[in-house]
Design a protein around this ligand. Structure first.
Ligand code: FES
Ligand code: FES
Length: 156
């Protein structure tokens, strides 16, 4: 079937099997392999993207279900060489080791900061409770989100 989805403001149209998951539709689009595919069982959160501004585990949705919606992936965070404050915060606070969870963490916390620009540590921990990181122990991720909250001028 022909599936058409707006991803990062660009209309992407492709003939795919009806069973195609959103994560595969995204990753099969040239230049959009930043969204990671980890567990495929909706546990790890590495595949999180934003659908109409809300976090969505892209391994849990069929691509066909996303027609008519705006999808935003990790590639949209950096604009003209300027990092999103969250990306900068992850860098400043050393909030990643292997980096596998990072795209999902960034998109999950982007949605958090868009809705709540000044979250508490507990609110951050609740927001990322659906995302697993095997490396960092989460402490530096929480610090990075606080760093971003303190350095962002406006929601992006
Ligand atoms: S790949 Fe989607 S939650 Fe793990
Ligand atoms: S940095 Fe390795 S899983 Fe999070």
């Amino acid at each position: 079937m022909l599936v058409t989805i707006t991803i990062n403001g660009e209309v992407v149209s492709r003939d795919v099997e009806p069973r195609t998951l959103l994560v595969h539709f995204i990753r099969d689009t040239p230049g959009l392999t930043g969204t990671h595919w980890g567990c495929d069982t909706s546990n790890c959160g590495a595949c999180v993207v934003l659908m109409d501004g809300q976090p969505l585990k892209s391994c849990t949705a069929l691509a066909a279900m996303c027609m008519g919606h705006e999808i935003r992936t990790v590639e949209s965070l950096e604009v003209d060489g300027v990092l999103d404050p969250l990306q900068q915060g992850f860098h400043e606070c050393h909030a990643l080791h292997c980096g596998f969870c990072t795209p999902g963490m960034l998109m999950t916390t982007r949605a958090l900061l868009d809705a709540n620009p000044d979250p508490t540590e507990q609110e951050i921990r609740t927001a990322i409770s659906g995302a697993i990181c095997r490396c960092t122990g989460y402490k530096n991720i929480v610090a990075a989100v606080r760093w971003a909250a303190e350095h962002q001028e406006a929601p992006r």
